[in-house]
Design a protein around this ligand. Structure first.
Ligand code: URA
Ligand code: SF4
Length: 251
């Protein structure tokens, strides 16, 4: 069989598979060839699941909920600390709470959240298997982007969350999460789909693998087959590194 023909068959299979997984809503425009995963990082000091859960809870209850470190506290209804498995291998980092998140105190529960949930499920996981959080824990008024001073004021919480969870992989969603975590000004369009490593943003964090991808809210605004395919390609790279298999895949 010629190489082209093999590629074509592979693309077609992948397309059908993705269509099945995502109910036809997330069909990739092109099948991406996943590269080999990045090397593992040195393990941070180990904490048990219970210990991690308690450490996260303590930061949330004692520090974040009463936090007045930046002006975003003024208009919030609820702080949105983050949720999921305190011992997750995979953490998703978004930008900040929207209206629904502010109302409920939970991350990614609005429209963008529904899409993120679908993305997680397409990976063969559930929200409870991963950890989901944001750059800032309070909703910026009118859904404006959080300012650099607000991100700075909230930064320590995210760093400590990541140190406690000590994930294998972080998926940074969109520009603010990607640019701050990776300390870069390069835009998401250039960064997405390429493995990065966390720089020295905190003890035990340098070297953790980061996969930047489009924010689901952007995907909702630009819901093209091309963009959906790109995000699915990025997630498949993460799956490969975490040893997750596309369900039903035979090869
Ligand atoms: N967008 C985000 O970046 N985070 C949320 O929690 C919800 C929407
Ligand atoms: Fe505190 Fe962060 Fe909320 Fe600002 S956004 S008030 S730093 S929790």
């Amino acid at each position: 069989m010629s190489e082209d023909r093999q590629k074509l068959i592979k693309s077609a299979r992948q397309l059908i598979e993705t269509d099945r997984l995502l109910g036809g809503q997330f069909i990739p425009a092109a099948a991406g060839g996943g590269s080999a995963g990045p090397a593992a990082v040195p393990a941070p000091p180990s904490m048990g699941l219970q210990e991690k859960a308690e450490a996260l809870e303590a930061i949330d209850v004692a520090e974040v909920r009463p936090c007045v470190n930046c002006r975003l506290y003024q208009a919030r209804t609820h702080t949105v600390f983050g949720e999921g498995d305190p011992d997750a291998d995979l953490v998703f980092v978004g930008e900040g709470p929207g209206a629904e998140e502010d109302r409920t105190g939970r991350p990614f529960v609005g429209r963008a959240g529904e899409l993120l949930t679908k993305m997680i499920e397409a990976m063969g996981l559930g929200r409870r298997d991963v950890y989901i959080c944001n750059l800032v824990k309070c909703r910026p008024p009118q859904n404006r982007a959080p300012g650099p001073d607000e991100i700075e004021a909230c930064w320590g919480y995210l760093i400590r969350q990541l140190q406690i969870i000590a994930p294998k992989v972080i998926v940074s969603l969109g520009n603010p999460a990607t640019q701050n975590l990776l300390d870069t000004r390069v835009g998401i369009t250039k960064m997405r789909g390429r493995w990065q490593k966390l720089p020295l943003i905190g003890e035990h964090l340098a070297g953790i693998d980061v996969m930047p991808t489009f924010h689901p809210a952007y995907l909702l605004r630009q819901y093209t087959g091309d963009n959906r395919g790109k995000v699915w390609d990025d997630l498949q790279k993460v799956m490969a590194v975490l040893g997750l298999k596309v369900r039903g895949k035979t090869n």
